[in-house]
Write a protein that binds this ligand. Sequence first.
Ligand SMILES: Cc1cc2nc3c(=O)[nH]c(=O)nc-3n(C[C@H](O)[C@H](O)[C@H](O)COP(=O)(O)OP(=O)(O)OC[C@H]3O[C@@H](n4cnc5c(N)ncnc54)[C@H](O)[C@@H]3O)c2cc1C
Ligand code: FES
Length: 169
Amino acid sequence: MADCEVDLFVIGAGSGGVRAARIAAGYGARVMVAEEYRVGGTCVIRGCVPKKLLVYASRFADDFEDEDVEQIWVGRLAVAVYKANGQFYATQDVCTHEHAYLSDGVVVDCIVECPFHQGRFDVRTGAAMGAPVIVPLQTFPVQVVDGRLFVRVLREQMESLSETMPRPR
Ligand SMILES: Cc1cc2nc3c(=O)[nH]c(=O)nc-3n(C[C@H](O)[C@H](O)[C@H](O)COP(=O)(O)OP(=O)(O)OC[C@H]3O[C@@H](n4cnc5c(N)ncnc54)[C@H](O)[C@@H]3O)c2cc1C
Ligand code: FES
């Protein structure tokens, strides 16, 4: 071991690799980790954690009447789920104008009207329909599986949008 600069060289910064590296380092070992993609591995990037976000985002389709909107939380991200013309849609819940929840607004046809300054958005595309709202909403795909609603929010979307979100009410 005289030529070695580290005691443990870990290939892959997934759950297993990071844990092994942490435990060894905790005992004073000199550890190096090589990762070819991103730290986190299967669990954090595409396995356990994204799956849980999908589950937490679910509600029952029967809870909705037509022209209805409900708020759900995906981590720290508020999401508005709409039923409009018999279809389900989801967008960020916070208006792009100021901090108002669109889930407190009114849905008519496929348009949601913000409760603060009556900014209007198309819930199908997120498009802003005119002043005072200019910036479109982020939209998220919705699936209905066995009567349950699943909203797919990418980790990157959750992180970038959560920064501007107010605390849960
Ligand atoms: C959809 C899904 C859902 C899951 N749900 C759960 C759950 O709810 N609960 C649970 O306990 N488990 C769950 N798992 C399993 C869990 O994610 C894995 O068991 C765990 O992530 C394995 O960890 P690991 O560190 O061994 O491998 P990984 O997390 O796969 O890490 C391997 C790392 O090595 C890197 N790598 C590979 N080759 C090289 C190389 N040559 N050089 C450098 N880096 C390299 C990869 O980029 C990767 O980051 C789920 C898996 C999936 C796919
Ligand atoms: S906060 Fe929504 S229109 Fe002003």
